[in-house]
Ligand binder design. Structure first.
Ligand code: 13P
Ligand code: SF4
Length: 368
C-alpha cells in the first residue's frame, strides 16, 4: 500500500471508531443517568461537547461544578479546570478528566518552586512582610498548588471574565499585585484600569529577582509573570490591519490572553462567554473577526449563519491540549463507570485543597 493510501485508511478507521464512540457514549450515559454530569469548555471539539450537560467558560464551569449534585463530574476541559472542580466539589464527588494528557501550556509556565522563590525574593526587596504590600493573584489557568499558595497569603484566583474585579479587590487591600501566570491578561486588565505600562513589570522566573532591579520592583503596581498562551500568542496586530483593510466595517473581538498590541487594535475584548454573547446580540449581516480558539470560532460561525464570522488569524489556532480529549476517551471513562470502575480521577491533596478553596471562594465572591 502506498503511503497516501495508508493515511487514508487510518483516517477512515479513526472516523469509524469515533462514530462508534458516539454510540457508546450515548449508551453509557443512558445507564448512568443522574449519577454523572459532563461539563464542557467552549474550546472543546463538537463531537465531545455535544454531550456536555453544561457548556461554559472557565468561570461559569467552576460555578456550575460547585453546584452539581451528581456523584461523578466528567470534565471535558483541561487539567486545571478539573482540579478546580475537585477543590470546589463535595468530598464524596469524583472528578474525572477523560484524557490525563489534556493540560495547558500556560499553566505549565509557573510552578510552585518558582513562585516560592519569587515570593522570597520580593520579600527581600519589599521588606520582611510583603503580605502587607503585595497581593498574589493567580489566573484560573494554574495548578492547584499555586491556587493554594495564593489562598494561604490572602490572595485570589481570577478568570478572564473577572480579572478586573479581582485586581480592584486586591488594590483595595494592598499596594501591589503579583499576577501569574499570564502576563497578557494581567497587562491588558491593568491597562484598562489606567495603570501606566511602566508600572507593570515583567518577572522572568529564570533570572534572579525576575531580572528586575530593586527600583523597578519598588515602583511597580503589578508584577507580571512571564507566561503566555501558546494559542492566543499567534494572533498578531497585522491580522487586525488586514481584516480592516479588506472589510472596513468589520468588528474585531479578542480574548484577553492576546498580546496588548492586538487588544489595543480590537473593538471588543472578553472571555469566551462574552465573545459568544456579544456576537449573539449583534445584528444580522454584521462582520466579525475573532481572536480565540478555532473550535469556538467555528461553532459561533455555524450558529449564526446570518453573520460574517471568521478567525482573526489565517492559521488554525488550535488548543492542542484541549483537543486531546476525544469521543473515544469520553466513551472509555463512561463505560468504566458503568462497570463500577473510576479511571482518570483528578484529586488534590487535602492541605492544598483547603487553601486553594479559600482562593477560589474569594474569586466566586468577586462580582464579574
Ligand atoms: P475562559 O476563561 O474565557 O473560558 O478561557 C479559558 C482559557 O483557557 C482561554 O485560553
Ligand atoms: Fe491553556 Fe491556551 Fe489552551 Fe487556554 S487556549 S487551555 S490558556 S493552552
Amino acid at each position: 500500500m502506498v503511503a497516501a493510501e495508508m493515511v487514508m485508511t487510518q483516517q477512515e478507521t479513526l472516523i469509524e471508531r469515533e462514530q462508534e464512540a458516539i454510540e457508546r457514549i450515548t449508551r453509557a450515559r443512558a445507564i448512568l443517568g443522574d449519577e454523572v454530569v459532563i461539563l464542557g469548555h467552549h474550546y472543546q471539539r463538537d463531537e465531545v461537547v455535544q454531550f456536555a450537560d453544561y457548556q461554559g467558560d472557565s468561570y461559569q464551569l467552576s460555578k456550575e461544578g460547585a453546584q452539581v449534585s451528581a456523584k461523578y463530574i466528567v470534565f471535558a476541559g483541561v487539567h486545571f479546570m478539573a482540579e478546580s472542580a475537585a477543590v470546589l466539589g463535595r468530598p464524596d464527588q469524583v472528578v474525572i478528566l477523560p484524557n490525563l494528557n489534556a493540560g495547558c501550556s500556560m499553566a505549565d509556565m509557573a510552578n510552585l518552586e518558582q513562585v516560592l522563590t519569587a515570593w522570597d525574593e520580593l520579600e527581600q526587596v519589599l521588606g520582611a512582610d510583603p503580605v502587607n504590600r503585595i497581593m498574589p493573584i493567580t489566573y484560573m489557568n494554574s495548578a492547584a498548588n499555586l491556587k493554594g499558595f495564593v489562598g494561604a497569603r490572602g490572595g485570589t484566583v481570577c478568570t478572564s471574565s473577572n480579572a478586573r474585579g479581582a485586581l480592584e479587590w486586591a488594590f483595595a487591600q494592598r499596594e501591589k499585585v503579583f499576577f501569574f501566570p499570564d502576563q497578557h491578561l494581567g497587562r491588558n486588565t491593568g491597562k484598562q484600569m489606567g495603570i501606566p505600562l511602566e508600572h507593570m513589570v515583567l518577572w522572568n522566573p529564570f533570572k534572579p529577582f525576575g531580572g528586575l532591579t530593586d527600583e523597578q520592583i519598588l515602583n511597580a503596581k503589578i508584577i507580571l509573570w512571564q507566561g503566555h498562551c501558546s494559542v492566543h500568542q499567534q494572533f498578531r496586530p497585522e491580522h487586525v490591519d488586514l481584516w480592516r483593510k479588506h472589510h472596513p466595517d468589520i468588528n474585531i473581538i479578542v480574548h484577553p490572553e492576546c498580546a496588548l498590541e492586538v487588544v489595543d487594535k480590537a473593538d471588543y475584548i472578553g472571555s469566551t462567554a462574552r465573545i459568544i454573547d456579544v456576537i449573539a446580540a449583534a445584528p444580522a449581516g454584521s462582520k466579525w473577526a475573532v481572536g480565540t480558539e478555532v473550535h469556538l470560532v467555528n461553532r459561533i460561525k455555524n450558529q449564526f449563519p446570518d453573520k460574517f464570522i471568521q478567525l482573526l488569524s489565517p492559521f488554525s489556532c488550535l488548543c492542542s491540549t484541549m483537543y486531546r480529549i476525544s469521543p473515544l476517551d469520553l466513551a472509555n471513562v463512561l463505560e468504566n463507570l458503568v462497570e463500577g470502575r473510576v479511571i482518570n480521577q483528578i484529586t488534590v491533596p487535602a492541605d492544598v485543597a483547603a487553601n486553594a478553596r479559600l482562593a477560589l471562594d474569594r474569586m466566586l465572591a468577586i462580582p464579574k
